[in-house]
Design a protein around this ligand. Structure first.
Ligand code: DSN
Length: 439
């Protein structure tokens, strides 16, 4: 980055700081990962200079022979890897991809039935203030008391509401998803089934989670989570979807452009192609399997240390911890862990009575630390550090009164940032992390 250093030392220094931070800590936000250098290199290329509105062989501007080849390669790799007849690799990210699907398949006012945000759905699955609930009617479903999907309840609700689309896919669900059951429900009410597999794509590719391709009409995934690619997303139409609506690919293309986006980011498309190639290698299967082994090892260690895991454990890449039994709110817990070198996020738990900014839980995952080469035995250390860090803040819950909460939180933040024991853990974590190179 010598040119960047010379031209803009401020940005150069900030990027260097971030590079160091990513090396020194346990990155445990379940939607984050470390891309390969090959993906990074594809992102930082002359492809960023090109405008390619349209699709391969149907562009509005000249000079797109290479952009066509890049995009077709990405499409072909996606189709082969997921076993789908159509893949669109142009969405800038997951939110615009879901918006494009709705735009293509629904009319304003149609019903979108997705998991409620506070139970682990996504903003674009019908959350308040999101376009998915302002232009469409959101029908939120929730989890059962046990923190698991209650398919019978979802079916009952679908029969009553008759949504035009059902979204199956979550951001904080630690268990496997029964896409076959979702398909039965969607078929019963005549709804499209959208499988949003953004979180679990890498596991699907690795054979660690059943693929929704047989069951869903349309599949959306981001490319930067367990798939380990650049930021971006793909919309895939399945054979089932194509049979039901042969115009779906064209409708999706029109929804992308001119509907929602302008020119695709060709450098991003190239990087997606690279990550799809990497994901087709046998080593990626091993990676996916290790993610699940690590999560299970971490879940059992955390349980042994007295943490209350939503649904009692995990089958995938993430864990959701309900901290109410530790008498600590998710906000101070996440800050204490960050100060200890463990980066994850505060998160609501099912039936949370606390607000999203001060939720009752934390969410963590193993995709990024597995990329660094950590194994089951290392999860014991991670769990120990987590328990030590949480001990520093446990027993001091935040009050529900807004004014009092603001005051106490301000004081708590200062104390957490100054806490010497947390700093000591961060040193141990840093030393440990130095043994696991980032790609
Ligand atoms: N922000 C992502 C996550 O963390 O799950 C979802 O888009």
């Amino acid at each position: 980055m010598q040119n960047l250093k010379k031209t803009d030392s401020e940005i150069y220094n900030l990027i260097k700081q971030e590079e160091q931070r990513q090396k020194d800590v346990l990155e445990m936000i379940p939607s984050e990962n470390y891309t390969s250098q090959a993906v990074m290199e594809a992102l930082g290329t002359v492809l960023t200079n090109k405008y390619s509105e349209g699709f391969p062989k149907k562009r509005y501007y000249q000079g797109n022979a290479v952009a066509d080849s890049v995009e077709m390669l990405a499409q072909e790799r996606a189709q082969k890897l997921f076993g789908v007849p159509y893949a669109n690799v142009q969405p800038y990210s997951g939110s615009p991809a879901n918006a494009a699907i709705y735009f293509a398949l629904l009319k304003p006012g149609d019903k979108i039935m997705g998991m409620s945000l506070s139970f682990g759905g996504h903003l674009t699955h019908g959350a308040k203030l999101n376009m998915s609930s302002t232009f469409y009617k959101a029908i939120p479903y929730t989890l059962g008391k046990d923190g698991l999907l209650d398919y019978d309840a979802i079916e009952k609700q679908a029969v009553k509401e008759k949504p035009q689309i059902i979204v199956a896919g979550f951001t904080a669900y630690p268990r496997k998803i029964d896409f076959k059951r979702f398909a039965q429900i969607a078929e019963k009410v005549g709804a499209y089934l959208l499988a949003d597999i953004s979180h679990i794509t890498g596991l699907v590719v690795a054979g660690e989670h059943e693929s929704p391709v047989k069951y869903a009409d349309v599949v959306m995934t981001t490319t930067h989570k367990t798939l380990r690619g650049p930021r971006g997303a793909m919309i895939m139409v399945t054979d089932k979807g194509l049979k039901r609506n042969p115009d779906m690919p064209l409708d999706i293309e029109r929804a992308i452009i001119p509907g929602l986006q302008g020119g695709p980011h060709d450098n991003q498309t190239a990087a997606i192609a690279v990550c799809l190639l990497e994901a087709s290698m046998p080593s990626f299967k091993k990676y996916g399997a290790q993610i699940v082994k690590n999560t299970k090892a971490l879940a059992s260690e955390l349980t042994r240390l007295g943490f209350d895991l939503v649904s009692g454990g995990s089958d995938n890449h993430l864990i959701l911890i309900d901290l109410r039994s530790k008498k600590v709110n998710g906000a101070p817990a996440a800050l204490a862990l960050e100060m200890a070198g463990i980066v994850l996020n505060k998160n609501g738990v099912p039936f949370d009575t606390n607000p999203p900014f001060y939720p009752s839980g934390i969410r963590l995952g193993t995709p990024a630390i597995t990329t660094r080469g950590m194994k089951e035995k290392d999860m014991k250390k991670v769990a120990d550090w987590m328990a030590r860090a949480i001990d520093e803040v446990a027993g001091e819950d935040l009050p529900s009164d807004k004014e009092k909460r603001r005051e106490i939180w301000k004081k708590m933040k200062k104390e957490i940032i100054a806490n010497k024991k947390l700093k000591l853990i961060a040193k141990e974590v840093k030393m440990f992390c130095s043994k696991f190179p980032v790609p």
